[in-house]
Design a protein around this ligand. Structure first.
Ligand SMILES: N[C@@H](CCC(=O)N[C@@H](CS)C(=O)NCC(=O)O)C(=O)O
Length: 264
């Protein structure tokens, strides 16, 4: 095992690492459970479902969640917080647990660095690597608005201001990505697949969760942001996204997830 990741599952953010791992032949151990069950898990390098006795023993580790767990108590050990000081998942660890890596983009970078002899996903010089970083940073900016909007949908409590900011964020993101692929580029950076393409696929697939909430939106007199006009306005990036979903390193994670959303 080269890297351990603890997260709720499924989580498109961890696909950034699992897709890169397939391409670089890196072994990742993914540990976790459904989102609603993580409040019954011990958040630790040795994460596990707690017994009743564990819940008593680990009571001092109960901490109020900040984002995405409805304010529930989460049992985060001190060593978990030493490794992952913001206390978020996905949380990755070096094989002996001594080094924590947080933020899904950085976890993905770890995989690319570990596997750089097998597959060059992180550029071939300082300039191309930094251009890849530019896309990862732009993706994180988009991801923040996307996250707040999706969490509000999940909580069944759509807010117009979050819908507006997510809409603006998605259009800004897609127009930049579409421009980067024009007139007919095959990949976002250089002539080969890179972390930039992987990150974008994961973030767009995550945003597609919105499709599950069409009725909730319509009840609130709001329209889907990821509606059909997206394909016409941003054909290059949407095509790129769908082509990559079929790629053998992406398909095992992404295809079943988006097929389920598109069927609905
Ligand atoms: N930008 C981060 C997002 C991580 C994040 O915000 N995770 C939330 C769940 S969606 C979390 O772990 N919250 C824990 C808490 O509220 O204590 C990434 O890409 O990894």
């Amino acid at each position: 095992m080269d890297l351990r990741i603890f997260s709720y599952l499924p989580n498109p953010r961890i696909w950034k690492a699992t897709i890169a791992a397939r391409l670089c032949s890196i072994k990742i151990e993914v540990v976790g459970a459904h989102h609603k069950d993580l409040s019954r898990w011990l958040w630790d390098f040795e994460a596990h479902l707690m017994t009743e006795q564990d819940r008593e023993d680990f009571a001092p580790y109960a901490r109020t969640s900040r984002l995405g767990f409805g304010g529930d108590a989460l049992y985060k050990t001190d060593s978990f917080l030493d490794a992952n000081p913001f206390g978020t998942v996905p949380a990755a660890f070096s094989p002996d647990g001594s080094i924590g890596i947080f933020e899904s983009n950085s976890i993905m970078r770890t995989v690319a660095r570990l596997g750089s002899n097998t597959c060059a996903l992180y550029g071939d010089d300082a300039y191309s690597a930094s251009r890849i970083d530019s896309f990862l940073d732009a993706s994180l900016v988009f991801a923040r608005d996307s996250q707040l909007y999706l969490l509000s949908l999940l909580a069944g409590n759509v807010q117009c201001n979050l819908h507006d900011s997510a809409k603006q964020a998605l259009h800004t993101y897609l127009s930049g990505l579409d421009r980067a692929l024009s007139p007919e580029r095959s990949y976002l950076v250089g002539d080969t697949l890179s972390l930039a393409d992987i990150c974008v696929v994961a973030e767009l697939a995550l945003f597609m969760r919105e499709l599950d909430y069409e009725q909730v939106l319509s009840d609130a007199n709001l329209r889907l942001i990821y509606g059909s006009e997206i394909n016409e306005r941003y054909p290059l990036i949407i095509n790129h996204f769908h082509n990559l979903c079929e790629h053998e390193a992406f398909a095992p994670d992404v295809k079943p997830y988006i097929e389920k959303l598109l069927v609905r």
